[in-house]
Design a protein around this ligand. Structure first.
Ligand code: ADP
Ligand code: MG
Length: 602
C-alpha cells in the first residue's frame, strides 16, 4: 500500500491513533497494548525524553522535568522549562505525535507519512497552525486538521448510518469542553454550530476535589511541596474515577509530608463543584441558540471524552436538556475512531469515499471600520464578513467606502474574534490601497473573504474606481497576541478600574451587553452593538443621561435574554435550584456492562 495515513486524537490528557483497515476504523495499540497514551512529556538528566505512561509517573517524582496539559497553551508563547532546556507547547506535542507515529509503524509494519489531527473546534488559527507545526516536527505531513466534534459525529454516523438526525456532540475531556450540533443526512455530515469552554475539563474536577480534601483536612495549601501537591492531585483523580463506579469513595493520601483521608460522595461533588456545572451549561444553550434548534428537536446526544463517564455529569446533562436517553458508549474513543474514518476518506478507500464531510468556521472573521459616530472611543469597530458557524468552504464579499473626505490611503485590517471593538480581537493581517481624493463615502472597496476547509483564509481587495486588486493569503499567521501584548492589556485594564466616572452598575450593564453580543450571532448583534455604543458615548459625554439609558438597556438586554431562552426552550429558573442531583436515580455503575475501562484503569 505504501504511504499510510493515520488519524490522531491529540488530547489534552490522552492521545490516541486510528487507521482505516478492512472497511472500518481501528484504534492502534501502543507498546503497552493500550489505546490511550497520556499526553505527558518528561526529560531525563542525560537528555532522554519520555512520553506517555512513563512520563505520567514522573509527574510526581520529577514535576520540574515533566510537562502535561500543554495543549491548553498551543499557539501561545508559553515556555516550559524541563531540566535545563526550554520547550514550546508545539514541541511537546511533537514528542507525543512522534510516539504515536512510531507505535503505528510498528503495528502496521509500514511507514506512516501523513496524519489527520483533530483539534477542539474552539482552537483559533494560531493554535491550529501550531498543531500543524507539531506534526511537521514529528516527521508527519499534516494537510488536514479536523474539528473534534466533526470526528466524533463521523464515528457516531458510522455506528448508525441509516439515521437522519440532529445530533449534539458533548465532548468533555481533561482540559476542554466542546459542544456541537451536527446534522446527519444521507452521507453528509454538516456541523450546524459549535460552542465551548477551552478552560474547563476533568482536571478542574481533580483540582476541586484536591481543594476539598485540603480544606477538610485543615492543610495549608501554600506550605505543601510540589511533590505532595502532585500526590494529592493524583489521589483526587483516582477518587473521581472511583466515584464513577460508586456513590462514594475514600480519598487517601500517604506521603512523606502528610497522611490523611476523606470520604467523598457524588452528592458532595455536585455541591463543591457547582461552579463547574454552571460553566458546563452555558455552551450547551449557546449552541442551540446559534443553530436555532430547540432542545427537544435533538435526536441523539453523543457523549465524548473521559469526563463524560462521570455519572454526575451525565445526570446534569439529562437534567438541563430534560431527557432520559443519552448514549454513553466508549466516550474516550469516539474522536480517534472518527479521525480514522477521516484518514480512510483521505486515502480514498472505496468503502468510505462517498461520505461527505463539511466543516464550520468556529469564529467570526472580518475587517475593522472607523467608529465615526463616537470617535472618542479609541478603537475601530468590527465589521463581520464571515460570521461564526458558517459552513466551509465559504466565500463572501462586503463593500466598504472611504470614511473621510480626500482620504489618500484605505487601510483594511483583518481580524478574527467575536468582540465588537477590534482592539479586543486578533489581528490576522493588514492591507492597504491608494485611492483618488474624493468626498467621504464615494470610493468603494470590495473585500472578499474566502475560507477553505483547511483553515486557509484568502482575502481579495478590489477598488472598482481605480481597478486595483490585491490579494492576501493568511496561512501560517504568527501575528496576534503575544504574552507581552497580554500583559500590556492587563495593565490597561488596571487603569480602567481607577476611573471614578464608571460605577459598578454601568460596568455590569456594559459587560452584560458585551456578553449578549458575543453569544448572539446574526440579527441581534447590530441592535445590541448600537445600544452599547450609545451607552459608551453617554458615559463619557452626557453624565445626566446615564441612569435613564442604563435602565433602558437593562430592559432591552433582559428582553434579548428571554428570546435566547425561548430558542433553548427551557425555563432558566430551574438552574437556580441547586438541588438537581438525585441520589436515588444514580445507580452504581456496572463496570462489565459499560465496558469502557478495561485498560485505562491502572
Ligand atoms: P482529552 O481529550 O482532554 O485528552 P480524555 O477524553 O482522555 O481527555 O479525558 C480525560 C479526562 O477524563 C481526565 O480528566 C480523566 O480524569 C477523566 N476520566 C477518564 N476516565 C474517567 C472515569 N472513569 N471517571 C471519571 N473521569 C474519567
Ligand atoms: Mg479529547
Amino acid at each position: 500500500m505504501g504511504k499510510r495515513i493515520i488519524g490522531i486524537d491529540l488530547g489534552t490528557t490522552n492521545s490516541l491513533a486510528a487507521v482505516w483497515e478492512n472497511g472500518e476504523s481501528r484504534l492502534i495499540p501502543n507498546a503497552f497494548g493500550e489505546y490511550l497514551t497520556p499526553s505527558v512529556v518528561s526529560v531525563d538528566d542525560d537528555g532522554t525524553i519520555y512520553v506517555g505512561k512513563a512520563a505520567k509517573e514522573r509527574l510526581i517524582s520529577y514535576p520540574e522535568k515533566t510537562a502535561s496539559v500543554f495543549k491548553r497553551h498551543m499557539g501561545t508563547n508559553k515556555e516550559y522549562f524541563l531540566g535545563k532546556k526550554r520547550y514550546m507547547p508545539e514541541e511537546l506535542s511533537a514528542f507525543v505525535l512522534k510516539k504515536l507515529k512510531e507505535d503505528a509503524e510498528r503495528y502496521l509494519g509500514e511507514e506512516v507519512e501523513e496524519a489527520i489531527i483533530s483539534v477542539p473546534a474552539y482552537f483559533n488559527d494560531m493554535a491550529r497552525n501550531a498543531t500543524k507545526r507539531a506534526g511537521r516536527l514529528a516527521g508527519l505531513k499534516v494537510e488536514r486538521i479536523i474539528n473534534e466534534p466533526s470526528a466524533a459525529a463521523l464515528a457516531g454516523q458510522k455506528q448508525n448510518p441509516e439515521e437522519d438526525a440532529v445530533v449534539m456532540v458533548f465532548d468533555f475531556g481533561g482540559g476542554t469542553l466542546d459542544v456541537s450540533l451536527v446534522e446527519c443526512f444521507d452521507n453528509v455530515i454538516e456541523i450546524l454550530a459549535v460552542s465551548g469552554d477551552n478552560q474547563l475539563g476533568g482536571e478542574d474536577f481533580d483540582n476541586m476535589i484536591a481543594r476539598y480534601f485540603i480544606l477538610r483536612n485543615h492543610l495549608e495549601a501554600e506550605k505543601l511541596s510540589a511533590e505532595t501537591f502532585a500526590v494529592i492531585k493524583k489521589s483526587a483523580e483516582k477518587c473521581k474515577r472511583d466515584l464513577t463506579d460508586h456513590k462514594s469513595a475514600e480519598m487517601v493520601v500517604n506521603c512523606a509530608e502528610i497522611s490523611a483521608k476523606t470520604e467523598i460522595s457524588r452528592k458532595d461533588v455536585t455541591e463543591f463543584c457547582l461552579e463547574l456545572f454552571d460553566r458546563m451549561r452555558k455552551p450547551v444553550f449557546r449552541v442551540l441558540m446559534d443553530a436555532k434548534v430547540s432542545a427537544d428537536s435533538i435526536n441523539n446526544i453523543i457523549l465524548v471524552g473521559g469526563s463524560c463517564k462521570m455519572p454526575v455529569v451525565q445526570q446534569y446533562l439529562k437534567h438541563i436538556l430534560k431527557r432520559k436517553d443519552i448514549e454513553t458508549r466508549e466516550p474516550d474513543r469516539m474522536i480517534a475512531l472518527g479521525c480514522g474514518v477521516c484518514a480512510g476518506i483521505k486515502e480514498r478507500n472505496e468503502d468510505v469515499k462517498d461520505m461527505l464531510l463539511t466543516d464550520i468556521c468556529p469564529f467570526s472573521l472580518g475587517v475593522g471600520i472607523a467608529n465615526l459616530k463616537y470617535p472618542e472611543v479609541e478603537s475601530g469597530l468590527m465589521s463581520f464578513i464571515i460570521p461564526r458557524n458558517s459552513s466551509l468552504p465559504i466565500s463572501k464579499e462586503e463593500v466598504y467606502v472611504n470614511a473621510f473626505d480626500n482620504q489618500e490611503i484605505l487601510h483594511m485590517n483583518i481580524y478574527q474574534g467575536e468582540a465588537m471593538y477590534t482592539k479586543d480581537n486578533i489581528l490576522l493581517g493588514q492591507m492597504q490601497a491608494e485611492i483618488p481624493p474624493k468626498p467621504a463615502g464615494q470610493v468603494a472597496c470590495k473585500m472578499r473573504f474566502t475560507y477553505d476547509i483547511n483553515g486557509v483564509l484568502e482575502v481579495n481587495m478590489h477598488i472598482p474606481l481605480t481597478g486595483e486588486q490585491k490579494q492576501l493569503v493568511i496561512v501560517n499567521n504568527q501575528l496576534g497576541m503575544t504574552e507581552d501584548d497580554i500583559r500590556k492589556k492587563l495593565e490597561e485594564y488596571e487603569k480602567l478600574k481607577l476611573n471614578p466616572a464608571e460605577s459598578d452598575e454601568n460596568r455590569y450593564v456594559l459587560e452584560w451587553g458585551e456578553r449578549l453580543y458575543m453569544q448572539c450571532s446574526g440579527e441581534f448583534r447590530d441592535e445590541i452593538l448600537q445600544r452599547i455604543l450609545y451607552f459608551d458615548h453617554v458615559m463619557s459625554q452626557d453624565l445626566y443621561q446615564i441612569p435613564k439609558v442604563r435602565k433602558y438597556l437593562t430592559v432591552f438586554f433582559a428582553y434579548v435574554e428571554k428570546i435566547m431562552e425561548t430558542y433553548v426552550n427551557i425555563d432558566s429558573s430551574i438552574f437556580e435550584d441547586e438541588d438537581w442531583y438525585d441520589d436515588e436515580e444514580d445507580e452504581e455503575t456496572d463496570r462489565e456492562f459499560k465496558g469502557w475501562n478495561e485498560e485505562d484503569d491502572e
